[in-house]
Design a protein around this ligand. Structure first.
Ligand code: HEC
Length: 123
């Protein structure tokens, strides 16, 4: 057996593996940079609101609150009063609803949870 040959074929194989590893690493880096650019850093409170929103609201509302969802309208910049009333299936006095339907689920959130939702929905 020629040790030189064994060595060479071994290093060629390693070269290909290394190349694909770096290609993978590069694409991971590019993808994560893309995500970083899109999502601006949120305050801890808005982060909590985001968690609530993603868990409870996106069945009907859009994951991007600025856009209309499958069932519910856009909810960006909703005030605390609006959110609080909505959780009871109502609207603040004098508020003109974006939709006339009455399809939204009732929720039982605490004041702190509603405030974090409001914080997250501020765009
Ligand atoms: C079952 C579907 C559904 C879920 C879940 C849901 N909504 Fe809604 N939402 C609606 C619909 C439909 C409307 C339009 C009025 C109606 O039909 O009650 C609405 C209206 C709203 C409005 C008023 C928009 C406006 O300006 O007129 C707000 C604010 C709102 N939703 C926030 C939320 C938040 C926050 C959550 C999560 C905690 C949530 N919704 C969960 C369906 C839903």
């Amino acid at each position: 057996m020629n040790p030189f040959q064994v060595n060479r074929s071994g290093s060629e194989k390693g070269g290909i593996y290394r190349l694909s590893f770096f290609a993978l690493l590069l694409s991971v880096i590019f993808v994560s940079f893309g995500f970083c650019k899109e999502s601006k850093p949120l305050s801890p409170e808005a982060e909590a609101g985001k968690g609530l929103y993603m868990a409870s609201c996106i069945a009907c509302h859009n994951t991007n609150p600025k856009l209309d969802g499958a069932v519910g309208p856009s909810v960006a910049n909703s005030s605390y009063e609006l959110l609080e009333a909505r959780m009871r299936g109502e609207y603040p006095q004098g508020y003109t609803p974006k939709r006339q339907s009455a399809a939204m689920t009732r929720f039982n959130f605490t004041e702190a949870q509603l405030k974090s939702l409001e914080e997250f929905l501020k765009q």
